[in-house]
Write a protein that binds this ligand. Structure first.
Ligand code: MF3
Ligand code: CO
Ligand code: CO
Length: 269
């Protein structure tokens, strides 16, 4: 008989138990430490494939497993999305140049638990518009996390993010969303980064999910390239994304993917 792992809500969202938070912290911590390490290697002249190789080596050295290698045919330990790439950029021999901004997204499995996080990096000098985009996207994630507490709804999270981003005259991507996770990679619910207050499932203690807003300087529309992965902005405007894995507590949120080195925020340098 299978071990008992909490109940499912009517929306199919798993309610985890007290001990499960520790498993999520171990997985989230590794994913965050890998991104802390990679920061110093994001420089003009590096290729995204080199960065991905380093990430693969770190996952292996930790005795963990990459959740993305072999996932729906994906073959890399990270997604690296440069400039107008919105998400799911495939590591390649493309060389980073001064001023490029990139999201690096890593998901690891530690003792069966999934840790999923991404943040923005810059190769060389950060331009004014890119800096503003990155700051707004980071703040959008944190504003979303502030809306996480029992009794609020998933629509409250999306509304908080959308309202903030649009007030900055930027746009929220609609084509990709956050997701439940835990002992699986992508579980219910879809965590939308836009929405209306009071709509969607009600948050309960024990729910684990990601919030991972993608924000564009231009219009929100995306398209997927012929490699079937790389999503880009249709208008070729710059795009940014930050992602945390979080758990609902009795009175708020616990972030599983905090940066041990304090390097999550774009002003780490
Ligand atoms: N880590 C991504 C997410 O935030 C998913 C990447 S799936 C991959 O959900 F196959 F593209 F790696
Ligand atoms: Co995710
Ligand atoms: Co991710």
């Amino acid at each position: 008989m299978e071990a008992f792992h909490g109940r499912l809500t009517r929306d199919g969202i798993r309610i985890h138990q007290k001990d499960d938070y520790a498993g999520m912290h171990r997985a989230g911590d590794l994913a965050a430490r890998i991104l802390d390490d990679i920061a110093d290697h994001v420089v003009p002249g590096a290729t995204t494939a080199e960065l991905d190789e380093r990430i693969t080596a770190m996952v292996e050295a930790a005795g963990a497993t990459s959740a993305t290698i072999g996932y729906r045919g994906y073959q890399h330990a990270s997604c690296i999305s440069v400039n107008h790439v919105v998400c799911h950029g495939i590591p390649s021999t493309k060389v980073l140049k001064d001023g490029d901004i990139l999201n690096i997204d890593v998901t690891v499995i530690v003792d069966g638990w999934f840790g999923d996080t991404s943040r923005m990096f810059v190769a060389g000098h950060l331009g004014r518009k890119a800096e503003r985009l990155i700051e707004v996207t980071h703040d959008a994630l944190m504003i979303g996390i502030e809306a996480v507490r029992p009794g609020n709804t998933f629509g409250d999270i999306g509304h908080a993010i959308q309202t903030y981003v649009e007030a900055q005259r930027m746009s929220v991507v609609r084509d990709f969303c956050g997701h439940g996770l835990g002992q699986v990679f992508h579980a219910p619910p879809n965590v939308l980064h836009y929405g209306r207050p009071g709509t969607g499932p009600v948050l309960e203690e024990g729910m684990f999910f990601t919030i991972e807003p993608m924000v564009n300087l231009g219009r929100p529309e995306t398209k997927v390239l012929s490699d079937d992965w790389t999503a880009v902005t249709r208008d070729k405007s710059l795009s940014a994304q930050f992602e945390h894995s979080v758990g609902v507590t009795s009175d708020g949120a616990e972030i599983f993917t905090l940066s041990p080195a304090g390097r999550f925020h774009p002003t780490w340098r």
